[in-house]
Design a protein around this ligand. Structure first.
Ligand SMILES: [Cu+2]
Length: 147
């Protein structure tokens, strides 16, 4: 055996010993990882035209038909809808579009004309109607009527 081999064996043994010494008792960590599904809900409200309780049903049904929408509540006095949705599944424009497809004007999208014509007579709201009303406001009479 050459000196070199002996030396290297010694080194390996030494390393082995130290590694044995250093082997610490593994403390079993029982980490209870709580998988909290944090669904960040986005709450928004925007103006939607409509007249009555039937409109409310149609508008809310349209909004709720969008996947990711948790709740929709249209205010008949304020002409405004409050929506709560999961913004990883949908975005506000999808809700605007769904409501518009049902025949109702929103702040951003004009209601589908065909759907509007198919609405019950009482629901055929005025396209000039104010949206996002405070609710305290007396019905706004437009002065710019040209008869
Ligand atoms: Cu109506």
């Amino acid at each position: 055996m050459s000196k070199k081999v002996i030396l290297s064996v010694a080194v390996i043994v030494a390393m082995g010993l130290t590694s044995c010494k250093n082997e610490t008792k593994k403390v079993e960590e029982t980490t209870t990882t709580e998988v909290s599904k944090e669904i960040a809900m986005t709450d928004l409200s925007f103006g939607v035209r409509g007249n009555c309780g039937m409109c409310k049903t149609t508008i809310e049904k349209a909004a709720n038909s969008v996947e990711g929408v948790a709740s929709a509540n249209w205010d008949v006095d304020k002409k405004k809808i409050d929506v709560s949705f999961d913004d990883t599944k949908t975005d506000v424009m999808a809700i605007h579009n769904a409501i518009a497809a049902s025949g109702y004007d929103t702040e951003k999208v004009a209601g589908n004309e065909e759907a509007y014509k198919n609405l019950p007579g009482c629901c055929q709201y005025d396209h000039e109607m104010m949206m996002n009303q405070s609710g305290e406001m007396k019905s706004d009479v437009h002065s710019n009527h040209d008869h």
